[in-house]
Write a new protein. Structure first.
Length: 416
């Protein structure tokens, strides 16, 4: 039966009420109601996040950690309260394991620079997967090139799942780190992180998880996952841009040299020598994105109140509906059919280039992404230069999926 005629009852999530929390969703684009299906690039923000950022600037703006005055204390309190909120959200053991960074990219670069680089010698190896985003490839290539080390790659099968037997073969006494994504930004695949981390640990190898696409869809418990580092971006988690988090196990962070030097990260400075602050400040040089952290706290509160499991269940159902709807479009090839997936649908059409698909859809008010999705090795793996990608969030609806599917039928007609 066509998914478009799927008789299953809609999820109990009151999606119209949820949509009302996100002001941008009621705007029109190109004189059509906005259908926002580019959530993997960045997610929309609920009013509570916008209000939290505005309230900070309107009533509490001051620099943190320095002032003795009231506003500075207020701002410091809010910033540090957010750190605690994130610790609980990730189930980390201690607030000092939560480092504020600009986003996933900066978090990975921090680990590459301060954890991997000092330990790497010629002949060493780092393991990544074939489905990584460039930001979980290039920082490792930079340190490898400097130290004469090399990257080894866990292959991906046709369905978009990691080939774990090959991973086992790659682990060796030369391995210094395994770095992998929680969920693929192209295939949607949810990787078996706990299993991969357990195997790495049997070899004494630490594991970094890129949570940029996992956390917006799945709860992540860093102790259950068993990872040593977990990084994510606020803007994909319904929070502000320019703020993200690096979680690191305290023992590892404590042994790492600073990433950047400047204010806030020192204990004592003299021309003879400088000593550094304790965690987490040692890794937060300069004035941080205070408003961003406060907005991120509001985003996490929003997810906690709605219930992340509840939102994920709705999204999984919508993903099933969308997969059925797209499979009805003639000439459509869907990439990524893993058993466990988040709401990311990458595809090509026989009739049109992904950029043309994106342009036709845009004229209908439908926002999708077209290109290599910062995953060129994965494009090469599937033998295509680019893909179109529709990525879901819990505020998307079946009606929006119907609009996407209808627009794709229309693309076929336009380019027939
Ligand atoms: N990793 C993955 C899997 C991503 O999808 C992205 C963003 N597209 C990133 C890392 C980089 O995130 P940011 O640009 O927010 O640093």
């Amino acid at each position: 039966m066509s998914a478009l005629a799927d008789p299953r009852p809609a999820s109990p999530l009151d999606v119209e009420r949820v949509r009302g929390d996100f002001p941008i969703l009621s705007r029109r684009v190109r004189n059509k109601p906005l259908v926002y299906l580019d959530n993997a690039a960045t997610a929309q923000k609920p009013q509570s996040v916008i209000d939290a950022v505005a309230a900070y600037y309107a009533a509490e703006n001051a620099n943190i950690h320095r002032g003795v005055h009231y506003l500075s204390q207020q701002a410091t309190f809010a910033y540090e309260r957010t750190r605690g909120r994130i610790r609980r959200f990730l189930n980390a053991a201690d607030n000092s394991e939560i480092i504020f960074v600009r986003g996933t990219t900066e978090g990975i670069n921090l680990v590459a620079h301060s954890f991997v680089r000092p330990r790497l010698v010629e002949g060493d190896e780092l393991i990544v997967t074939h489905m990584e985003h460039h930001s979980n490839i290039v920082p490792w290539q930079l340190v490898c090139a400097e130290r004469g080390a090399r990257l080894r790659v866990i292959p991906v099968d046709d369905a978009g799942e990691l080939v774990l037997e090959e991973y086992e073969k790659l682990l060796s006494p030369r391995t210094r780190l395994v770095a992998l994504t929680h969920a693929s930004n192209v295939l949607g695949t949810i990787n078996p992180v706990a299993q991969i981390a357990a195997l790495a640990h049997q070899h004494g190898v630490p594991v970094l998880v890129d949570g940029a696409q996992g956390l917006p869809h799945l709860p992540a418990d860093v102790r259950e996952l068993g990872c040593d580092f977990y990084v994510f971006s606020g803007h994909k988690l319904f929070g502000p841009t320019g703020i993200g988090v690096l979680y690191g196990r305290r023992e590892l962070l404590e042994a790492m040299p600073p990433y950047q030097g400047g204010g806030s990260m020192i204990q004592k400075v003299s021309f003879e020598g400088t000593t550094y602050a304790d965690l987490p400040n040692r890794f937060e040089a300069g004035t941080p994105h205070i408003a961003g952290a406060i907005g991120l706290e509001a985003a996490i509160d929003y997810l906690n109140q709605a219930g992340q499991e509840h939102l994920a269940a709705y999204e999984t159902e919508l993903l099933g509906y969308a997969t059925g709807a797209l499979s009805q479009v003639p000439g459509l090839r869907l990439f990524g059919t893993a058993r466990d997936r988040v709401g990311v649908l990458s595809f090509t059409l026989d009739s049109a280039h992904p950029h043309d698909i994106g342009t036709v859809l845009d004229s209908e008010g439908i926002a999708i992404r077209a290109g290599h999705h910062c995953a060129q090795p994965l494009m090469q793996r599937y033998g295509v230069p680019a893909m179109a990608r529709a990525s879901l969030a819990f505020y998307n609806t079946r009606e929006e999926i119907d609009a996407l599917a209808a627009a794709l039928h229309n693309v076929n007609e336009v380019f027939a």
